[in-house]
Write a protein that binds this ligand. Structure first.
Ligand code: NAI
Length: 261
């Protein structure tokens, strides 16, 4: 049997008995991650600002996978709301082993010298403060339960600049640094923490881009296309799994060679 013809391992029960929390799970990458975790056997809390969307997503994932799901309304810019969402997950699903801190917004496009201050605050509050608040409340619950794994959704813009997106780029660089620091702090206590850096992915976040901008974004990726949410989910779920047991504190690109140039 050649390596190519060997069947892929069956990961259908990889997360049996595990409880996961995914923020920003009503749409795009978060939705794909939640669905993939449920397909792997996890009970999944889907948390989002969009209450109706997240309830529909949780119902649909339960229907198609049979996994236990919970819809939670959360505003990641509010630490009390994040604390309540983590508590609801642990209370309703019995534990918290896995978390994906993914909720994020694109924000306005303007050069730094003209960037609206309120837009700056909104993007930093969602994309950076939200990841801190999430880890701030997830980590103690994971420690109390004997350990866990966290993935923070950064971006290729966690290491590269991008004209017109100073707040988004600053927030994503912050997420990478925060990930490394928390990973150092908890590596010996059984909580693995990593970041994922997607290139441009075909989700509603990009839907506002007009056709020209979308074509321009595609040309930035030597692979010749945008990424798919399911592709990011696959990497994310791998990092959460026991297969990644020695991967701590690192930032994993998935970008069609965008940043290899
Ligand atoms: P999306 O717009 O499809 O989904 C984001 C979700 O986050 C939405 O369901 C939204 O309701 C939720 N959300 C926004 N603000 C929130 C808040 N304050 N509290 C709770 N939920 C909130 O976007 P997408 O593309 O799936 O993005 C997910 C993550 O991936 C974001 O952190 C984004 O920065 C990151 N990312 C996206 C890329 C892309 O090209 N689409 C590229 C690299 C990273």
């Amino acid at each position: 049997m050649t390596a190519e013809s060997r069947p892929l391992p069956d990961y259908a029960h990889e997360f049996d008995g595990r409880v996961a929390l995914v923020t920003g799970a009503a749409s795009g990458i978060g939705l794909a991650v939640a669905a993939r975790l449920a397909a792997g056997g996890a009970a999944v809390a889907l948390a989002d600002f969009n209450e109706e969307g997240v309830r529909a997503a949780a119902d649909e994932i339960h229907r198609t996978t049979g996994a236990r799901t919970l819809a939670v309304r959360v505003d990641v810019t509010d630490p009390d709301s994040v604390e309540a969402a983590v508590r609801a997950t642990a209370d309703d699903l019995g534990a918290l082993h896995l978390a994906v801190n993914n909720a994020g917004i694109g924000g306005e496009s303007a050069p730094t010298g003209e960037y609206p201050v309120d837009a700056w605050r909104r993007v930093i509050a969602t994309n950076l403060d939200g990841v801190f608040y999430s880890m701030r409340h997830e980590i103690p619950v994971m420690l109390a339960g004997g350990g866990g794994a966290i993935v923070n959704m950064a971006s290729i813009l966690g290491t590269n600049g991008f004209r017109g997106s100073p707040a988004y780029v600053a927030a994503k660089h912050g997420v990478v640094g925060l990930t490394k620091t928390a990973a150092l702090e908890y590596a010996a206590q059984g909580v693995r923490i990593n970041a994922v850096g997607p290139g441009f992915i075909d989700t509603p976040l990009l839907a506002s881009a007009d056709t020209v901008a979308r074509d321009t974004l595609i040309t930035l990726h030597p692979a010749g296309r945008l990424g798919r949410p399911e592709e990011v989910a696959e990497l994310t779920v791998y990092l959460l799994s026991r297969r990644a047991s020695f991967i701590h504190g690192s930032y994993h690109l998935i970008d069609g060679a965008y940043s290899a140039q």
